[in-house]
Design a protein around this ligand. Sequence first.
Ligand code: ADP
Ligand code: MG
Length: 459
Amino acid sequence: MVKHYEQVWESCLSYIKENINLQSFKTWFEPIKPIRLQDSSLTIQVPNQFFYEWLEENYVGLLKQSLVNELGSNGRLEYQILVSDPRKPGMSDAPFKGKDIKNPFVIPGIKKTKIDPQLNQDYTFETFIEGDCNKLARSAGQAIAANPGGTAFNPLVIFGEVGLGKTHLAQAIGNEVLNRFPNKNVLYATSESFTNQIIESIKKNSVNDFMNFYQMIDVLIVDDIQFLAGRVKTQEIFFNIFNHLHQNKKQVILTSDRPPKDLEDMEDRLISRFKWGLSADLQVPEFETRQAILSYKMEKEGVDLPPEVVEFISYNIKNNVRELEGVLISLIAQSTLNKRIINIDLAKQVIQNFIKKINREVTVDSIKDLVANHFNVPVDKLQSQTRKRSIVIARQLSMYLAKNLTNKSLKSIGENFGGRDHSTVIYSCKAVRDLMDTDLIFKDTVAELEKKVQLSLNG
Ligand code: ADP
Ligand code: MG
């Protein structure tokens, strides 16, 4: 009895379906179309070259078994590839001309497409100073680099405050993997670029190509996943990619500014996946580590700071390695431009300027909190319409500080106070200045609050 190619493929599919999970089945087998059956050779059409490579690399045994079941030991498979290369722009849906690949079971070692990892090569383990603050994350990272996808740390979630080295460490792992395994595909993506690509691919109707592309990666690094919050479609696609990579023992590395359990507007199923591997935090570096980092950066910049200056900076800049670098760079700039020797005085000056610069990033909300707290009024009253004297003063003073200590426009400050318009803010600032002129105690209060706002940022 002559079997019909569709029947044959149908039976192969039911065998395959029983032997892999549903998600992989949907991703890799549902899109396949049987084309013909000739002399025990079944031709199937796959969407693109990558698809073919993927099947060959991951499912060749399964495919073979399913065919042998149906067609006996002579059973052969031929592929027809619909589209030449999904990664190239301007692809068309026209069937690919005459590229039938024969007897795939005997095609040796398919070459993988190499992709640009998008890594910064300066971010390596050698340049990432070790300290108690980063011990766990750093050594987990090294274990992963030696055996990507093969450790229990999958995914690795590196979390911690801004400026503590998440991006550096995540990329160091990627760089080290490429060092040891030049053939592996590593890809670094910020959550933002990942999301933008998805939006693009949705617009262009090419979500499948997007997924296929991501699925061919051995080590995927996604930076700052807290920015995926509230992005339902992105999360859904990411979930699928994640599952696929994880099932295939590919390594996933994520960074976040908070522990996975505290991620907001993130699907539970994603968060539970993040917890499968290891979550390791980066803490604020201790004094010795800050000194070590500073010394290392000095060497790199080719400058030699007196030990007491290194100590002074390390002592005063506590919470953020990026700030530590910033102070060093300003210090070097100051001393070259103004031909001054680098001593504690200059360091003090630079740190002060640096702190002022940061202060321009004070938020209106933090000012409101401080003022409300000082006057012992509920913070939401500041944006209410209440005309109660004590609240009016607190409100006007908050606006005054917001005007002087942030870069916000009058309009946006007004909006932040219950949708008042900019003339109200001008009026409030004037009222505060007038009161300061006549009431010295009030003037002191204002000065004290100004100081508190500054301190709150650097405490
Ligand atoms: P995050 O991504 O956590 O905001 P980054 O990785 O961007 O922080 O780090 C900020 C800066 O501090 C980078 O220039 C990085 O090289 C540097 N840095 C952070 N931690 C270390 C460290 N342990 N050793 C050396 N440099 C560090
Ligand atoms: Mg970062």
